[in-house]
Design a protein around this ligand. Structure first.
Ligand code: FAD
Length: 315
């Protein structure tokens, strides 16, 4: 059995594994895809002290750093169930998916760090995949400055879409916010702020139908006016999709406390509602989903797991 078993191999999981291994305790990492969302990222300019790097390079460095230590790295392993310990200080079980939907092996550990991350909900329209990282973006904190002086659209009029539009309006030339419903769903205070900005236009009852491009990068967006049925076209260089960040926690439903959005509820030490189970990164209720934040949270969760172990082991 492990002392600390980390589920997920993104920035949070890698940090948790390094911190746990440095305590000299038996550490394992099981990840569906080591590197996580970082693998899908191109330019990264806010990884503090590294002015510029690229996702695949950072993902390789994460794995290399973990492998510097005596960590059992189990890549391409998907967790399907968490079984809490039956007695205080007992072993926690994590079941893995087997081949062809068969139940797979299970791992046992005295503590667990969950860091399964999240995924952006996609529009599912033509051009979105083709122009991902070539004008189609999901993270305004990350990619906003790449669109300095350009025209962009934000898709989604909830809090995250309206916050993104306000944020981007300070950087880019013009923002068009597109909402499917007849009105925005964001908090009133955010909507007021948005409407006070001179370079923002809001279009409601609009269904994005296609991301347009020249083969290399985004050149526009087409949308259907849901009242008239007319197809319209906007000329722009960037599309920020803000229609939801989905935590990878479906497999944990009913086992530990999740927020209404499905995020793992943690306290400031990374403790979940199940003893001995900690969590970190985009899968949790942590505010702001970013690489450096996930790494800090992963470190916190590993240190909390270590603290749990020294308090629960027999003297
Ligand atoms: P993730 O990176 O999502 O990693 C989750 C890990 O868990 C993966 O290894 C995954 O395979 C694994 N996993 C999931 N489910 C299971 C399961 N059931 N069993 C086993 N393993 C599982 N942030 C920045 O700070 N700067 C940027 O420039 C930036 N750009 C971004 C660009 C894009 C396109 C995207 C999508 C995100 C970007 N982000 C950026 C956000 C950043 O990538 C995330 O905040 C960060 O990766 C979160 O780390 P994490 O470890 O919590 O989760």
């Amino acid at each position: 059995a492990f002392d600390v078993l980390v589920i997920g191999g993104g920035p949070a999981g890698a940090a948790a594994a390094v911190y746990a291994a440095r305590k000299g305790i038996r550490t394992g990492v099981a990840a569906e895809r080591f590197g996580g969302q970082v693998l899908d990222t191109m330019a990264i300019e806010n990884f503090i002290s590294v002015p510029y790097t690229e996702g695949p390079k950072l993902a390789a460095a994460l794995e290399q750093h973990v492998r510097e230590y005596d960590v059992d790295v189990m890549n391409l392993q998907r967790a399907t169930a968490l079984v809490p310990a039956t007695e205080p200080g007992g072993l926690i079980e994590v079941r893995l998916a087997g081949a062809d939907g068969e139940p797979g092996p299970s791992l046992k550990s005295r503590s667990v760090v969950l860091s399964t991350g999240a995924r952006w909900r996609q529009m599912g329209v033509p051009g979105e995949d083709q122009y991902r990282n070539k004008g189609v973006a999901y993270c305004p904190h990350c990619d906003g400055p790449l669109f300095k002086g350009k025209r962009v659209a934000v898709i989604g009029g909830g809090n995250s879409g309206v916050e993104a539009a306000i944020d981007l309006a300070g950087i880019v030339a013009h923002v068009t916010l597109i909402e499917f419903d007849a009105k925005l769903r964001a908090d009133e205070v955010l909507q007021r702020k948005l409407r006070s900005l001179p370079n923002v236009e809001v279009i409601v009852s609009a269904q994005t139908t296609e991301v347009l491009g020249d083969g290399q990068k985004v050149s526009g967006l087409s949308y259907k006016d849901r009242d008239s049925g007319d197809l319209n076209r906007l000329e722009l260089e960037g599309v920020f999709v803000q229609i939801g960040l989905l935590p990878n926690t479906e497999w944990l439903k009913g086992t530990l406390e999740l927020s209404p959005r499905g995020e793992i509820v943690i306290d400031e030490r990374g403790q979940t509602s199940v003893p001995g189970v900690f969590a970190a990164g985009d899968a949790t209720t942590v505010p702001y989903k970013q690489i450096v934040i996930a790494m800090g949270a992963g470190s916190t969760a590993a240190l909390s797991a270590f603290d749990h172990l020294i308090r629960s082991s027999a003297p």
